[in-house]
Design a protein around this ligand. Structure first.
Ligand code: GAL
Length: 680
């Protein structure tokens, strides 16, 4: 149906540029400022053993680089950079602006961020700054400029690492500086107070405004604050953070031509719209940590990696941080077992990463993160973890030719940060509504079927995808709904889950009711939401089988769709649950409940038939992704199971330099990267 390959989805203003590195990037955050000089020599020797070629330095060193306001001490950093340069290790140089020093807050007490409850944050952790405070903006550009002037053309410096994880630990800020900028942002967005009143629906609960000065930040209030106001505040916060990044980036660009990044957190969507950010960086980079409570955390990892690649328009990206073993900030910090670090690393690489870095090189003896794993753990170089770090470095060293190759996907799942921000506000029909959970359920089905996925916005050009899934598109702009409808009419297959197409960009319910904008594709609207009680399990009958389905039902008003499943129990018993609608040359499916895994599998098998997709038939627990190069394809295969598996494949396993003639045999927990010749 679709002859062309999917196109890159991010509309970037910045063309991505990869740093000058001879290999797959390998290394981690390096904090020599925490160690005496004797340890530095040992660091270099161990980095050499491990094949480390890139380290990120200076990220939290502001207090040691600018001792007093305007009084800089770069002596130790000069030494560190020269030492790394002499050893042939490249530098990703941080601007330390995620954590201003003690003098900054002493001199500018008003530059502390204020929480929604009105608490001005204290010093002693990191972050805590108001990104709207003029003193912060000035100071952060000043230190970035000084660093760029001094090191911008140093041969060891190949990449800039601005700030650290914007949005964490401080995103929304309710300080007077933020409120002043917020009013300016609103005036700019709406132009007139009447337009703002209309967009926010302020006739409700008598919230009408006559003056911009009367508008506050949506601070803690006696009841639920206007959701349109809160959604705009989330957008404003994102814009404030992004403008801080851009100010530092441009200050660096004035003195250095090296690529610039800031590390994202694709698996947390608290406050930063990565589609926008990815268009402003030279290199897309991501930090990813396994959620230890998840016994199949590799699926969550794959989501984050695919999202990172997708926001970057498919370009190679850098895994800026992950952990060699346990982290220190989850309720139970589960250590990685032998081989797991390599499997995680190869999953990222298979999904488009051209660099694998860790937090951090050497475990800190002091401070809040002393129980976090590292490349050199407290147990030192004789530890299992360090041996695996050395082994991984050797493996990556054999993969230089994979760099620059790209992942292609036939399926896109919609991922829209604004929609998530809106859905997460209060007073939704059920606490069981979770965009993360729905995305994971659909993604997991595709992961198990070995079908590679991109993520996309509903407004992107989707025409290259055979299948588009909307598991959680609560907020849907009218223009984006038209785009989806055109995609289906043009021959695409759309699967929409429940609670989709409910509100517009102001969190106002669509005229015509829930789901109205997608009626052309789906052949229905939603008459009423019917959330289920906690632990209530209903069911659906689909293709002669009955499957459990819980949390949610809907009364559907069908205008053209065929009924493919009915409810077997619950408030909508006997009524349509799953529908299929032919629209133009395409098909729109609607799944109005949460079927269990077997039910979703059965539904998706029918969807695949419509989309011309085939499950890859992989053994359970085996992940397999292809990167396409100019001259060869690279199949990255990861066996997450304990069993030995055999897969039909010919080529050369680059990790073992073994030629495969028809079969790849992979032991439990093992990985392979097979260069395959392309089918003619
Ligand atoms: C990251 C952060 C690092 C370190 C790490 C620990 O989010 O960027 O500085 O704190 O978490 O897992």
């Amino acid at each position: 149906m679709h002859a062309t390959r999917p196109r890159a989805t991010a509309a970037g203003t910045t063309a991505h540029r990869w740093p000058d590195l001879p290999q797959i990037a390998y290394g981690g955050d390096y904090t020599p400022e925490q160690w005496p000089r004797e340890v530095w020599a040992d660091d270099i020797a161990r980095m050499h053993d491990a094949g480390v070629n890139l380290v990120s330095i200076g990220i939290f060193a502001w207090g040691l680089l600018e001792i007093r306001e305007g009084d800089f001490d770069f002596g130790w950093l000069d030494e560190v950079i020269e030492m790394l340069h002499a050893a042939g290790i490249r530098v990703d140089l941080g601007t330390p602006t995620a954590s201003p020093p003690a003098w900054f807050f002493a001199n500018h007490p008003d530059a502390r961020a204020v929480t929604r409850d009105g608490v001005a944050l204290g010093f002693g952790a990191r972050g805590m700054v108001s990104h709207s405070a003029p003193a912060y903006r000035e100071a952060s550009v000043r230190i970035a400029t000084e660093l760029a002037k001094r090191y911008g053309n140093h041969p060891a410096v190949v990449l800039w690492h601005v700030h650290n994880e914007y949005g964490v630990p401080v995103g929304e800020d309710y300080s007077p500086h933020a409120v002043r900028e917020w009013r300016r942002w609103l005036e700019n967005r709406y132009g007139s107070i009447e337009a703002l009143n209309a967009a926010w629906g302020t006739a409700f609960w008598g919230q009408h405004y006559e003056q911009w000065e009367h508008i506050g930040a949506p601070a803690a209030a006696p009841s639920v604050v206007n959701p349109a106001q809160r959604l705009d505040f989330a957008r404003f916060t994102d814009d404030q953070l992004l403008s801080c990044f851009i100010a530092e980036r441009d200050a660096i660009r004035a003195h250095s031509d090296r690529p610039i990044t800031t590390n994202f957190m694709a698996n947390q969507h608290g406050g930063v719209d990565l589609w926008k950010w990815a268009a402003e960086v030279d290199v897309v980079s991501d930090d990813h940590y396994l959620w230890a409570a998840d016994t199949e955390a590799e699926i969550g990892l794959a989501i984050a990696a695919d999202l990172t690649r997708s926001v970057g328009g498919g370009d190679p990206w850098l895994l800026m941080e992950h952990s060699t073993s346990a982290v220190n900030w989850q309720p139970r910090n589960i250590a990685k077992r032998p081989g797991e670090m390599a499997r995680n690393s190869l999953s990222h690489l298979g999904r488009g990463a051209d660099g694998i870095l860790f937090f951090q090189w050497r475990a800190s003896r002091s401070g809040a993160e002393k129980f976090h794993s590292a490349m050199v753990p407290h147990a030192g170089a004789s530890s299992r973890v360090f041996r695996e770090v050395v082994d991984l470095g050797a493996k990556l060293g054999r993969l230089a030719e994979v760099r620059g190759s790209r992942v292609h996907a036939d399926v896109a799942i919609l991922w829209d940060f604004e929609s998530f921000w809106a859905q997460d506000l209060e007073w939704r029909p059920s606490v069981d509504l979770s965009h993360d959970e729905r995305i994971r359920a659909y993604y997991e089905r595709l992961w198990r079927d070995g079908i590679t996925v991109d993520f996309a916005l509903p407004g992107h050009d989707l025409s290259g995808y055979r299948l588009v899934i909307a598991p959680a598109q609560y907020l849907l702009r009218a223009a984006d709904a038209e785009n989806l409808n055109a995609y289906v009419a043009g021959g695409g297959v759309l699967v929409s889950s429940f609670f989709t197409g409910v509100v517009d960009e102001h969190d106002a319910v669509h005229a015509g009711g829930f789901g109205a904008p997608l009626e052309p594709s789906l052949g229905l609207r939603v008459d009423e939401h019917l959330p289920l009680r906690e632990d209530e399990v209903a069911g659906i009958a689909f293709d002669g089988e009955t499957y459990a389905a819980d949390i949610w039902q809907e009364d559907l008003a069908i205008s053209g769709a065929d009924v493919r499943a009915v409810y077997t129990a619950g408030p909508a018993a006997g009524a349509p649950a799953v529908t299929r609608n032919v629209s133009g040359d395409g098909v729109g499916w609607y799944v109005s409940t949460r079927p269990d895994a077997a039910g979703l599998r059965a539904i998706m098998a029918s969807v695949y038939r419509d989309a011309g997709l085939e499950p890859a038939g992989l053994p359970a627990g085996v992940e397999s992704v292809v990167r396409h190069g100019d001259d060869a394809d690279y199949r990255v295969v990861i066996n997450h199971s304990d069993e030995t598996v055999s897969l039909g494949m010919s080529g050369v396993d680059l990790l073992t330099q073994t030629t495969l003639e028809g079969t790849l045999v992979l032991g439990g927990g093992e990985v392979a990267v097979v260069r395959t010749s392309r089918p003619q």
